[in-house]
Design a protein around this ligand. Structure first.
Ligand code: IDC
Length: 340
């Protein structure tokens, strides 16, 4: 037998062996990653245990990732090479796909829903192929109260959870940042409608719930949490705006038993475009590391704003080098890499 045939036979036997190993171990063959050592192949399905997110072995697990900007505005960064750059160079394990609901071309305000969903699906496919975790972020912001577009949310999450019920690397974030008049009661009642729709398809899904005042009022959720398991409550910070007082709130809520996830943070101020405060950002991330709380950085785009990690002059959509990164980009790149 020649060399090529040998190799083909070996590959075939290996595939049969791996499939059999999966079947006999009773493991659900959820995601086929392209290389054996990916975040997902190592950590598998996640779940919430007390205040911790844990991996399939029950060990504390921290999601660390980048959030896209609004995918309607910056679709070019939803590409496989970008995610691979983030996984391999930046050493992150998670991508958050931000789907604005209300802003210009938002999903519920004139955006092409089919195209936006196709983009979300591409994002999930790439993350899945690369063995990364991926968060579907229903990016409530200008709509303030998630109930404003509840019907669309129910349809979106019904469709996505049916599609991804076997993808244990997919997490659902049901309302980015309720704000102004949107009280916890109102968010809670929205959760009581949306969560069961997801869980009917995907009973074990980890679901992230936004909290009042741009996802800062986690204490309101702690006082009256939703009665489901596998939930994480969102706390967002922007380092030049939110400091000790919000970190103290985090400590108090965790002590009360609330599972928290920082699905979005910035090193700058809350406008997304002020000066960076790296000293505060470091204090935040060190605290989150100490608590094993995960976080995603805002944002993967080259918009002319300080929270964008790529400089406006750079049109590369992957494989960025240091000079392609903004000040915040360089800082967070270093922070992510310092973990390995
Ligand atoms: C900002 C973007 C900005 C965009 C604006 C739209 O950075 O380019 O024009 O949204 O309203 C959040 C939000 C997030 C914001 C970000 C910065 O979740 O959508 O992005 N921010 O303002 N919460 C606190 C800050």
């Amino acid at each position: 037998m020649n060399h090529q045939k040998h190799r083909a036979l070996f590959a075939l036997l290996l595939t049969v062996f791996l499939l059999a190993a999966n079947v006999f171990s009773g493991a659900k063959l959820k995601v086929l990653a392209d290389t054996p050592d990916t975040p997902f192949s190592i950590h598998g399905a996640l779940k919430v245990d007390g205040t911790n997110l844990v991996d399939s072995r029950g060990e504390k697990f921290q999601l660390r990732g980048m959030s896209t900007h609004g995918i309607a505005w910056f679709p070019q960064y939803v590409n496989r090479e970008a995610f691979q750059t983030l996984r391999d160079d930046w050493q992150v394990n998670c991508i958050r796909l931000a789907l604005y609901t209300e802003e210009y071309n938002g999903y519920c305000t004139g955006g092409n829903q089919d195209e936006l969903k196709a983009l979300v699906k591409k994002g999930v496919d790439y993350a899945t192929e690369l063995g990364m975790y991926v968060i579907l972020d229903w990016h409530v912001l200008n709509d303030r109260d998630p109930n404003v577009h509840k019907e669309d949310a129910l349809k979106f999450f019904q469709e996505m959870s049916a599609l991804y019920k076997d993808h244990a690397n997919v997490l659902y974030e049901i309302c980015n940042e309720p704000n102004s008049y949107a009280a916890w009661d109102s968010i809670r009642s929205y959760g009581k409608e949306v969560i069961p729709v997801i869980r009917a398809n995907d009973p074990d899904a980890v679901i992230i719930v936004g909290t009042p005042t741009w996802s800062q009022d986690i204490h309101q959720a702690a006082a009256n949490p939703l009665e489901y398991d596998n939930l994480l409550y969102a706390l967002h910070f922007y380092a030049a705006t939110h400091t000790d007082w919000l970190r103290d709130r985090l400590k108090t809520c965790v002590a009360q038993g609330l599972p928290v996830f920082v699905s979005e943070f910035g090193t700058c101020d809350a406008s997304g475009n002020g000066g960076n405060n790296f000293d505060q950002a470091r204090q935040w991330l060190q605290l989150l590391d100490e608590y094993s709380i995960g976080y995603c950085c805002w944002n993967l785009a080259n918009k002319a704003e300080s929270s964008s990690v790529i400089v406006p002059e750079c049109s590369k959509t992957y494989g960025w080098s240091q000079e392609d990164l903004s000040e915040s980009g360089k800082w967070i790149f270093e922070y992510f890499r310092s973990h390995n």
